[in-house]
Design a protein around this ligand. Structure first.
Ligand SMILES: C[S@@+](CC[C@H](N)C(=O)[O-])C[C@H]1O[C@@H](n2cnc3c(N)ncnc32)[C@H](O)[C@@H]1O
Length: 304
């Protein structure tokens, strides 16, 4: 059976309204994607980074009445947001495919460093003797396919290979799918705490922890404000974009114990100096940046 797809490019702050309207018209699935890999990193200090434009698509199994549906959408938009013109909504007929399975087929097991494999939960691990992290990202960020995550996973794997992760307590700021916190545990850390501002990320992290037989006492998941300011960790990792990393430098650096290590990711090459300065100002000694596809991972240490 073919599908009808409606698609609009829209400002991120208007996406929620259009999503509601598409759902009200009976969309079977809604997808939100960044239009470009081009985030607005510095919207304003203290606010969550946004992307300039979002691509919103709705999928319908009812192919009849397209014109009427578009008219109803335009009328509902005008009623709710009369001051803004209704976005241009394109339509397309799509041949029948198993959309969910196609996405899953694109996500293959990935090797990170020497020991670690990220294995989609629907795949068999390619190497049973490796450290295999079984992952389903759900609605959260963090599959390992993005360079920012891969740089962090390789850093964790490198520490494990050098036996510098064993028994440590790790903080993962912006845990997303939980990929970094769970990888740290599987590579030898004793305990981990993951924080995120997004409830769906905390849920995905919880699900992935269960999927990987992580015991409840090994992984604490909470909102950032629930973590005690004085709680210091020998290893802190944060993959959350340059703006918030700079903004949160006193808080994030404040969690690094004397002699402890820090890794920061989500930083574009041109932003590395500003982030380095922010963490040097907090008393950390910082290493040479590591670069991948225009993204940078920074690491450093708090003197003992
Ligand atoms: C780029 S994703 C990283 C996910 C995962 N840690 C990884 O490496 O793939 C960034 C995550 O940080 C979260 N986040 C953004 N700002 C945050 C903040 N101020 N404190 C905690 N989490 C934050 C987002 O909700 C998102 O889940």
């Amino acid at each position: 059976m073919p599908w009808l797809q409606l698609k609009a490019r829209i400002a991120p702050e208007q996406a929620e309204l259009l999503e509601e309207l598409l759902l009200a018209e009976g969309a079977t699935a809604i997808t939100l994607q960044d239009a470009h890999d081009d985030p607005v990193f510095e919207p304003e200090r203290g606010t969550t980074p946004l992307w300039n434009e979002t691509v919103l698509t709705g999928l319908y199994d009812d192919l009849e009445g397209l014109e009427i549906m578009l008219e109803r959408l335009a009328a509902a938009w005008a009623e709710t947001m009369p001051e803004e013109p209704c976005p241009v909504i394109e339509h397309e007929l799509l041949a029948d495919r198993d959309w969910e399975r196609e996405w899953m087929e694109d996500f293959k097991p990935l090797r990170m460093g020497q020991r670690l494999w990220i294995v989609p939960s629907w795949h068999e691990p390619p190497d049973l003797d490796a450290v295999n992290l079984h992952l389903d990202p759900g609605l959260a960020f963090g599959t390992g396919t993005h360079p920012t995550t891969a740089l962090c996973l390789e850093w964790l794997d490198g520490l494990a290979v050098a036996s510098e992760l064993d028994g440590l307590e790790v903080l993962d700021v912006g845990c997303g799918s939980g990929i970094l916190a769970i990888a740290a545990l599987k590579l030898g850390a004793a305990m981990a705490t993951g924080t995120d501002i997004d409830p769906q990320a905390l849920q995905a992290s919880r699900d992935n922890a269960i999927r990987n037989d992580v015991a409840e006492h090994e992984l604490t998941l909470c909102y950032p404000e629930q973590l005690a300011a004085g709680h210091r960790f020998p290893l802190v990792i944060a993959n959350i974009l340059a703006g918030p990393l700079v903004e949160l430098a006193p808080t994030i650096a404040g969690h690094v114990a004397p002699g402890g290590r820090l890794a920061l990711s989500g930083i574009l090459e041109g932003q590395a100096e500003e982030v380095l300065d922010a963490y040097r100002d907090q008393g950390l000694s910082m290493d040479e940046p590591q670069l991948r596809e225009g993204w940078v991972r920074l690491s450093g240490r708090r003197p003992a």
